[in-house]
Design a protein around this ligand. Structure first.
Ligand code: AR6
Length: 182
């Protein structure tokens, strides 16, 4: 049984085995929670991300950052782990959420982020995992849909993770997740 907890606050302040990052395919950092994790976690995380990137089999040449082909990248819905640097955690699990689309249902990709992150957590032996609300910032996923997918996926996941903590940045997001859990 996995216990689900809700916390309002900054995920970079959490003390858990693994903190999940809402990254992008480049794995080279960005804004939002990604920026906060790299800032507080320090350069060791980016160093690990660069190494991981170099070893990825996929060449995502269509993915561009600032107009430059990034070459290799992590596909949407997948997850990989690095050191957590100076964070109070052992690992950061980087996953790439889908950009919300009004015309295409991408809920499977968002569910995959949670499932794959938990699979990576199991591989690592992580027992406590903190998740942000993946895709609900820059990637514009509606909070209600994102919360339903997050909670349903974690509830039905087959995992050895004992505690999943959803860390919501603001009160409205917290309320949406709380309603979903009830
Ligand atoms: N702690 C917890 N939640 C946070 C924090 C924090 N410190 N900071 C923001 N949030 P976003 P995405 C919330 O944009 O939508 C990046 O540039 C925020 O309020 O971080 O998956 C990446 O590099 C929102 O509810 O991630 C990608 O390019 C949620 O975290 C892109 O953004 C997710 O917002 C990914 O977009």
């Amino acid at each position: 049984m996995t216990t689900i907890e809700l916390v309002r606050g900054d995920i970079t302040r959490e003390s858990v085995d693994a903190i999940v990052n809402a990254a992008n395919s480049s794995l080279l950092g960005g804004g939002g929670v990604d920026g906060a994790i790299h800032r507080r976690g320090g350069p060791a995380i980016l160093e690990d991300c660069r190494k991981l990137r170099a070893s990825l089999p996929q060449a995502l040449n269509s993915v561009r950052a600032g107009g430059t082909p990034i070459g290799k990248g992590l596909p949407t819905g997948q997850a990989v782990a690095t050191t957590a640097g100076d964070l109070d955690a052992r690992w950061v699990i980087h996953t790439v959420g889908p950009v919300f689309s009004a015309t295409e249902d991408r809920s499977d990709l968002l569910a995959s982020c949670y499932r794959e992150s938990l699979r990576v957590a199991d591989e690592l032996g992580a027992r406590t995992v903190a998740f942000p609300a993946i895709s609900t910032g820059v990637y514009r996923y509606p909070m209600e849909d994102a919360a339903r997918i997050a909670v349903d996926t974690v509830r039905t996941a087959r995992t050895d993770v004992e505690e999943v903590r959803f860390v919501l940045f603001d009160a409205p997001a917290y309320e949406v997740f709380a309603a979903q859990l009830r």
